[in-house]
Design a protein around this ligand. Structure first.
Ligand SMILES: Cc1ncc(COP(=O)(O)O)c(C=O)c1O
Length: 469
């Protein structure tokens, strides 16, 4: 039996070796689910084991099945690079075993979170008085913000939803852009507002809400209303016209929520903040730390202008939970969970690591790389640029000039070939009913050279698909 503390350093050595390897040589795993399962599976252990040996076994079982999301040529979904400093802070979080429920249980975690969210509001150009819950990601952040919205729009018409629920409550109307992210609908489902029971607002060719239809929708109902806008459409990276729609929502007494999982980080850059103009006028905002702040998974922020509504929707009280004093802040007051990871340590560490300038520079570089890649791919014969990279996301299709169905087939085949060639990772998606290759640049590790190499990898994969027919 090894010393019970030895697995810590042992795991750290493996982690460092992995990250050094992945930073140099892009590899995406080729092991199938069945192969990985065969390595992990086994009978329920009847007796305990040796810590170091277990970590060795874990690494051997997992590494062939680790998707290289931290690599510089990873362009799938919208995934940040889990920066080593954030990971190190997160290891300490686990080692310290802090449960970020309240100040008494986790004093330093509560303080780190409070300081980090102050910095976050400053970085994102949001009101310094807004309240923030540090959650798992934008999915839960959307849910928390919509819970605060539901609480407040119903309170204004004399209904206490926290106490009395939704049965018999005045109807809450939800307006939402036609190209909203799927996870906003999850929030509506959890809150009893109904994913289908929404008024869909028309959008333009990049998925941006059309202000005229937004205004029309607001005029159709005079009762409690929540409007959901977006900063960073998942396929196009586009932003709703906040400066136009926020005053309309305010005039109609509606709560305006913004899902800004990655897009609102444009507001951290003086060069790009024109894209998010007016975003600070909203009532609530959901964003991620694990995307453009590069914290490790998981980390998101539910940001609410009206702290009272936020607390009403989330606060937990029990006799055994000593509340924080007036000058302190209990992290659990702003999130759905009582017990949870102390994510504030990694957020604090990552903002210190990159700084205001480093965050702006990273966002700007990622956008520049996305634009360079889009231009490079558009020059390849047979490739059609579906949308320019306004931010860090763009789409291409393969088989230009061929039928829609053939274009779908060639596009999916090329995505598969890029993944199989493993020089880079890019995924697929649907846009306006057709398959596309969707590229997301969201890593501090990605440089223009990585972008250029990836354009060549796409060219080579497309050539193989063309030759195969
Ligand atoms: C616009 C948007 N909203 C919400 C989400 C969900 O975020 P998360 O996966 O962090 O919960 C995403 C994820 O990519 C997104 O792009």
């Amino acid at each position: 039996m090894t010393d019970p503390f030895s697995p810590l350093a042992h795991a750290a050595r493996h982690a460092e070796a992995y990250r050094r390897r992945i930073a140099r040589a892009e590899t995406t795993p080729v092991d199938s689910y069945a192969q990985v399962l065969a390595r992990f599976a086994g009978p329920l252990p009847e007796s305990g084991g040796d810590g170091v040996a277990i970590i060795e076994e874990l690494v051997a079982a997992a590494e062939g099945g680790i998707r290289a999301t931290t690599a510089p040529r990873f362009f799938g979904w919208v995934i940040g690079s889990s920066h080593p400093t954030g990971v190190a802070a997160d290891w300490l979080t686990s080692a310290w075993g802090q449960n970020a429920a309240n100040v008494l249980a986790a004093p330093a975690a509560s303080v780190a979170e409070q300081v980090a969210i102050g910095w976050l509001l400053d970085l994102l150009g949001l009101p310094s008085s807004a309240s923030v819950g540090v959650v798992t990601g934008a999915t839960v952040a959307n849910f928390v913000c919509l819970a605060a919205a539901r609480s407040e729009v119903l309170r204004r018409v004399g209904w206490d939803v926290e106490s009395d629920g939704l049965f018999g409550a005045p109807e809450v109307r939800v307006l939402i852009g036609a190209d909203a992210h799927a996870t906003v609908f999850s929030g509506l489902k959890y809150l009893g507002l109904g994913a289908r029971r929404v008024r869909t607002v028309a959008t333009d060719d990049l998925g941006r809400i059309l202000p005229a239809d937004f205004e029309k929708a607001l005029g159709e109902y005079s009762g409690p209303t929540i409007a959901v806008a977006q900063s960073g459409q998942i396929c196009t990276g586009a932003h709703d016209p906040f400066a136009q729609i926020a005053p309309l929502a305010t005039a109609a007494g509606a709560w305006l929520h913004v899902d800004g999982a990655f897009g609102m980080w444009a507001n951290a850059s003086a060069e790009l903040s024109h894209l998010t103009a007016g975003i600070e006028l909203a009532d609530s905002w959901a964003t991620d730390g694990h995307k453009w702040l590069q914290t490790p998974y998981d980390c998101g922020f539910a940001i609410v202008r009206d702290g009272e509504a936020h607390r009403r929707a989330m606060a937990i009280s029990a006799s055994y939970l000593t509340p924080a004093s007036d000058t302190e802040r209990d992290p659990s007051t702003y999130v759905p969970e009582l017990s949870r990871r102390a994510r504030g340590f990694a957020v604090w560490a990552m903002i210190k690591q990159l700084g205001r300038e480093g965050i702006a520079a990273m966002v700007e570089q990622d956008v520049a790389v996305a634009r360079l890649m889009a231009a490079g791919m558009a020059k390849i014969e047979g490739v059609e640029l579906v949308c320019e990279a306004e931010l860090n996301q763009f789409m291409v299709r393969f088989g230009a000039g061929q039928s829609d169905e053939e274009g779908d087939r060639l596009t999916l085949a090329t995505v598969e070939q890029v993944q199989a060639d493993a020089a880079a990772f890019i995924g697929s998606s649907q846009w306006r009913g057709r398959w596309v290759m969707r590229v997301s640049v969201c890593s501090v590790a990605t440089t223009p050279e990585h972008g250029a190499m990836t354009v060549e990898a796409v060219r080579a994969a497309w050539e193989k698909v063309r030759i195969r027919g």
